[in-house]
Design a protein around this ligand. Structure first.
Ligand code: CU
Length: 155
């Protein structure tokens, strides 16, 4: 049956995304995203962040893990594709992403995440990369409770 659909990415576009109307957001939002990226780069600290290795290619987002604990998370993003990509993390009030990552380049993105489900995707070319398959989900679980304080050593 696949033959009916023909070419590469078109198959996935037809199959995956019911919410296409949401994806076509005019350029303004993209400007907002660029601003947020700059702010994150200035202020985010990656100390103690949980690492997630991400590999981008046409047309996939592969993550080394799909579950993390709430708190600081650093995405180490490698573009293994043949064209530029970006990586955005959206959900639960978070909307942050990397600058454009040229092919073979590596960058990092540190975000502070609350428990919940996040969409991790490439929004380039008006989300056509995402529609072609460059999207995945990250689940954030509640952080471990703070460890019980040891009784002070009185010796
Ligand atoms: Cu892309």
């Amino acid at each position: 049956m696949l033959g009916i659909w023909g070419r590469g990415a078109d198959i996935q576009v037809a199959g995956r995304h019911g919410q296409l109307s949401l994806d076509f957001i005019p350029g303004k939002l993209h400007m907002k995203r660029i601003f947020i990226v700059a702010a994150v780069a200035l202020f985010a600290s990656s100390a103690g962040a949980q690492p997630v290795d991400v590999t981008l290619s046409e047309w996939k987002v592969l993550m080394s893990r799909d579950t993390v604990k709430a708190g600081s998370v650093t995405f180490r993003v490698t573009n293994n594709g043949t064209m530029s990509h970006t990586l955005y993390v959206i959900g639960n009030g978070i909307d942050q992403g990397t600058r454009d990552i040229v092919r073979r380049a590596v960058t990092t993105l540190t975000v502070t995440l609350k428990p919940g489900t996040y969409e991790v995707f490439c929004p380039m070319a008006e989300n056509t990369h995402k529609m072609a398959g460059m999207t995945t989900m990250l689940v954030v679980t509640a952080a471990d409770p703070a460890p019980a304080k040891k009784k002070p050593d009185t010796r």
